[in-house]
Design a protein around this ligand. Structure first.
Ligand code: C2E
Ligand code: MG
Ligand code: MG
Ligand code: MG
Length: 309
């Protein structure tokens, strides 16, 4: 009897696994065509500075507008892009699109608005072996071991005539730690171009701030996991306060992720946190909506009021 049950379970699992494998293959194939079919879009979430309540920049967050599925969140397809290596092409598209957006805002009356872009560790592992690229870089006296990523980023900035300090790259703490050796050099070169570097999801990756300081970073983003309970959980409050103080003593700016309530905002402001990002102020918005928000002062007023109260 137990043997039969075992066999049924086995059959059940294989059917289930087949279905899952097929779905995954379908998703992979769909992702392979998604770029040329223009199915990716960037949404933008503002970051707000806590003194004047001004928007100081936005973070670009990718969405996949998959036909028949609607907007697919990045957690469901970024890992697949990483596994298949497609993240390199998609990552280049993200940087290019962000640079075009910066240029559009500059010409469209919004002025200079920095954009931060998320980067996977995997994008730092593709040393370019393209012969043309090597020739060009050597002719220009640049490091011949440049990454495809560095070349594409530099090109996107140049072609859109963008000051490099308007582009910020966000790398998660865990991807920094995983690729530490390779990453330090790349980040130093990107930094030399004038690009700003930020550590995302900080506090979840078991690294000390002192270690993190080996990287040339400008900004540290405290993970939402700590902010979520910052006003109710004394341990999270203590960790958040310690991160802010240590970051400041190392001359690094601090952004709190996932701020949803005015209580969290007040706590963070009292502790000297520089900027906040979260649903309390705005969700990630499509380009047209964020442009409207950046143009009118209403949201700014709302924040100024809650800062005053
Ligand atoms: P992240 O960079 O830490 O981005 C913050 C995430 O938190 C975003 O989720 C954002 O929508 C969400 N969020 C912001 N404020 C709040 C809030 O107040 N409450 C809650 N509950 N959530 C909030 P999203 O857009 O789903 O992105 C998830 C992750 O996917 C990002 O985390 C980032 O690691 C990755 N990602 C997004 N776009 C890209 C991209 O273009 N390239 C790469 N490599 N990764 C990306
Ligand atoms: Mg991020
Ligand atoms: Mg984050
Ligand atoms: Mg996160």
């Amino acid at each position: 009897r137990s043997k039969k049950a075992g066999r049924d379970t086995y059959r059940f699992f294989t059917a289930e696994m087949n279905a899952r494998a097929i779905r995954k293959l379908e998703q992979e194939n769909a992702l392979r065509n998604a770029l040329e079919r223009n199915e990716f879009v960037l949404h933008y979430q503002p970051k707000v500075e806590l003194h004047k309540g001004e928007i100081t920049g936005v973070e670009a967050l990718i969405r996949w507008n998959r036909p028949g599925y609607g907007f697919v969140p990045p957690s469901e397809f970024i890992p697949v892009l990483e596994q298949t290596g497609l993240i390199n092409q998609v990552g280049t598209w993200v940087i290019e699109t962000a640079c075009k957006q910066i240029a559009e805002w500059r010409h469209g009356g919004i002025g200079e608005m920095p954009i931060s872009v998320n980067v996977s560790g995997r994008q730092f592992s593709q040393i370019t072996l393209n012969r043309d690229v090597i020739r060009i870089t050597e002719e220009n006296g640049v490091h011949p071991q440049l990454l495809e990523f560095e070349l594409q980023t530099e090109r996107a900035l140049r072609e859109n005539s963008i000051d490099s300090d308007l582009l910020e790259l966000e790398l998660t703490e865990s991807s920094l730690m995983t690729h530490a050796k390779k990453t330090v050099g790349v980040l130093k070169r990107l930094k030399m171009l004038g690009i700003r570097i930020s550590i995302d999801d900080f506090g979840t990756g078991y690294s000390s701030l002192a270690y993190v300081k080996r990287f040339p970073i400008d900004v540290l983003k405290i993970d939402r996991a700590f902010i979520m309970n910052v006003t109710t959980n004394p341990a999270d409050a203590a960790i958040t306060t310690a991160i802010i103080d240590m970051a400041h003593s190392l001359d690094v700016k601090v952004v709190a992720e996932g701020v949803e309530t005015v209580e969290q905002l007040v706590f963070l402001r009292e502790r000297g946190c520089d900027e906040i990002q979260g649903y309390y102020f705005a969700r990630p918005l499509p380009s047209t909506e964020i442009s409207r928000l950046l143009l009118n002062g209403k949201e700014r007023l709302r924040l100024a009021q809650s800062l005053a109260s």
